[in-house]
Write a protein of this length. Structure first.
Length: 213
């Protein structure tokens, strides 16, 4: 997205979780530790520096390459906060993907901006319902065709199928609403008739008596 100049409004995994007080107020989380970019070190809640000790690359199953930087505290032994800080043996070590962090910062700024809030308010009602229908109800979880062209064709077919099923359902929705309207008018008719007979049955009864005489 960045290479193509597309604004990033993508919600990352912890976007909602990090808005929680418990997340924001937890000083031990790597995201909440103070980072000094010039010196390339983190500072823990006890004021100790976690210094840079190396880097490594990770390649995901899909072939995506990520670079992680490792930071480690020098001495955690005897620290009164250790119980709340970490459970590992030895000194605390954290790993940070700075590129991911940078993208998350951009996404967070965009998502909480006025434009971001407007997009977010539309998302649950416009695309989410359709994706839910395709992915969860119709169990379409994976593309069978490869490449952009293949994916475009496959998704096009899925969209056409979904639209046809919507069109097929439309008359039944209309029929349902007309059935509801018919039920309502029948109810009103019965109610009106009841009122009518409540007011008129004594008169009618007398009329019948008089007719009999
Ligand atoms: S346990 Fe180590 S890293 Fe955690 S607060 Fe104490 S000194 Fe800092």
């Amino acid at each position: 997205m960045e290479a193509r100049g597309i604004d990033n409004f993508v919600k990352f995994t912890y976007f909602h979780k990090e808005q929680n007080k418990s997340f924001k107020n937890n000083p031990f989380l790597p995201d909440n530790l103070f980072y000094n970019p010039e010196g390339n070190f983190y500072v823990c809640p006890m004021g100790q520096e976690l210094e840079f000790i190396g880097q490594y690359q990770r390649i995901s199953d899909r072939g995506d390459q990520s670079e992680f930087s490792l930071y480690q505290a020098k001495r955690c032994e005897g620290c009164p906060l250790r119980g709340s800080c970490h459970k590992a043996q030895g000194n605390r070590r954290i790993e940070v993907n700075h590129n991911l962090k940078r993208h998350k910062d951009i996404a967070r700024t965009n998502l909480t901006s006025e434009k971001g809030l407007m997009h977010r308010s539309k998302r649950p009602i416009e695309p989410e319902a359709v994706f839910g229908q395709i992915k969860s109800n119709r169990k379409f979880n994976r593309f069978r065709l490869k490449g952009l062209e293949g994916v475009a064709v496959e998704f096009g077919l899925i969209s056409i199928a979904l639209n046809i099923s919507k069109m097929a359902k439309k008359p039944s929705i209309e029929a349902k609403s007309s059935f509801k309207a018919a039920k309502l008018s029948l109810k009103n008719l019965i109610f009106d008739s009841t009122l009518y007979y409540r007011d008129w049955w004594p008169v009618m009864l007398n009329y019948n008596r008089f007719s009999a005489i």
